[in-house]
Design a protein around this ligand. Structure first.
Ligand SMILES: CC(C)[C@H](C(=O)O)[C@@H](O)C(=O)O
Ligand code: SF4
Length: 445
């Protein structure tokens, strides 16, 4: 058989029907559901008099609209409440056994709980009405043919978030359009599962349909400790099968990009698209330095919205708020990395900083390790799980003009609240900025 990429192997194994000129019909192994994009789908089923075909392969949770304040306090926003109530009703009506409402100990951001609970597994096809479903590809599933290799070991102080910023900074927000990106190379292999999910999560910010990383021992060790993953001999047999998913030697990608890890540094976005990114040691670019008129205009507009000047040093940018959370960086490794930076230090008096664990389980795990104490003692607010200030759909929003160091994945205009200014960074960089009150190079912090 001809050499195949991991994507081709997974895709081919799931084809149900193909006809020339028509999209392929693909079997779906796991369907993830959240309250924002599911009401229309359930209405569609209801109108057609249909059931959910495989409730057992469907996992639903409440994440985008859930307030991050204490669970005993009711939801005040009526639109949020209506969306969450609709999911409660739909899950009951369609008999979804794996529905985690906001009070469940398995609740959390859909892209955090899927892998963490062991629903997302290598080789699976995973769908969800949400763009960051690309996260799940970190386990070696298809959640297509564009290879990105990050060569060499990662320098100290450079995180998974900086790897993906380095990639997006190079290929741009449309660099992956029409492709699935497979990430390979020594730097990728050395990442933990949580780090791999950060990289795959932001594939969508490079325009790609999905991101994936071949499963290896790091993946298998992770899956072995997941509550709902297969166990014992069944799991070990599956692991042998999953080892065969890796891209064959000699298989070709439509395009290959090579990035030397030694070129990566901690990054900070300065604009309103994720590829408007600079090294923390750099200055904000002068819009005049861009090649095309379109890029020059976009940079000018971004600087105006962000309230920044060309050539300003990134480290001179003062911040008002810090948000440590979102499906990009609210897993246990992210919280550990940030806690490590802030231990024994105090949040700057001009900054309001909050940590929002990605799921109720991540929160419990962090509390069991005492990370909540580290954050609280430093002056961080410690919240209940949800999408929170990643997007303005719940009470956590920026005031107009407020500037935030955020571990989320999108810095679009108004993303964190009308007029809010978002700088995307790694958890370590967000933690250091919270202490300093402005961006600092975490490598010398
Ligand atoms: C609400 C949902 C449709 C949306 C997405 O698909 O990405 C959200 O999760 C986001 O991050 O903007
Ligand atoms: S955390 Fe942010 S990016 Fe992730 S699913 Fe929620 S809103 Fe979307």
């Amino acid at each position: 058989m001809a050499a195949r990429t991991m994507f081709e192997k997974i895709w081919n194994a799931h084809i149900v029907h193909e006809e020339p000129g028509q999209p392929s019909l693909i079997y779906v192994d796991l369907h993830l559901v959240h309250e924002v994009t599911s009401p229309q789908a359930f209405d569609g089923l209801r109108l057609a008099g249909r059931k959910v075909r495989r409730p057992d392969l469907t996992v639903a949770t409440a994440d985008h609209n859930t307030p991050t304040w204490e669970l005993t306090r009711p939801i005040e926003d009526q639109i949020s409440k209506a969306q969450l109530d609709a999911l409660d009703r739909n899950a009951a009506e369609f008999g979804l056994p794996n529905y985690y409402d906001r009070f469940s100990e398995n609740q959390g951001i859909v892209h955090v709980i899927g892998p963490d609970l062991g629903y997302t597994l290598p080789g699976k096809t995973v769908v969800c009405g949400d763009s960051h479903t690309s996260t799940h590809g970190a386990l070696g599933c298809f959640a297509v043919d564009h290879g990105i290799r990050v060569d060499g070991p990662l320098p100290n102080g450079v995180s998974a978030k900086d790897v993906i910023f380095g990639i997006i900074g190079k290929i741009g927000v449309n660099g992956g359009t029409g492709h699935v990106i497979e990430y390979t190379g020594e730097a990728i292999r050395a990442l933990s599962m949580d780090g791999r999910m950060t990289v795959c999560n932001m594939s969508i910010e490079a325009g790609a349909r999905a991101g994936m990383i071949a499963p290896d021992d790091t993946t298998f060790d992770y899956v072995r400790t997941r509550p709902y993953a297969p166990k014992g001999a069944e799991l070990e047999a599956k692991i042998e099968e999953w080892r065969g998913l890796v891209t064959d030697a000699g298989a070709t990608y439509d395009k290959t990009v090579v990035i030397p890890a030694s070129e990566l540094t901690p990054f900070v976005t300065w604009g309103t698209k994720p590829d408007m990114v600079a090294s923390v040691t750099d200055r904000i670019p002068d819009p005049a330095s861009f090649a095309t008129a379109g890029e020059r205009e976009a940079a000018e507009r971004a600087l105006e919205y962000m309230g920044l000047e060309a050539n300003q040093a990134i480290q001179d940018i003062k911040i008002d708020r810090v948000f440590l959370g979102a499906c990009t960086n609210a897993r246990i490794d992210d919280l550990r990395a940030a806690a490590n930076v802030i231990k024994g230090r105090q949040v700057n008096s001009d900054v309001y900083a909050m940590v929002v664990p990605g799921s109720a389980r991540v929160k419990m795990e962090a509390e069991a390790e005492g990370l909540d104490q580290v954050f609280k003692e430093a002056g961080f607010d410690w919240r209940v799980a949800g999408c929170s200030m990643c997007l303005g759909m719940n009470p956590d929003i920026l005031e107009p003009g407020q500037r935030c160091a955020s571990t989320s994945n999108r810095n679009f205009e108004g993303r964190q609240g009308n007029g809010g200014r978002t700088h995307l960074v790694s958890p370590e960089m967000a933690a250091a900025a919270a202490i300093a009150g402005h961006f600092v190079d975490v490598r010398d912090f």
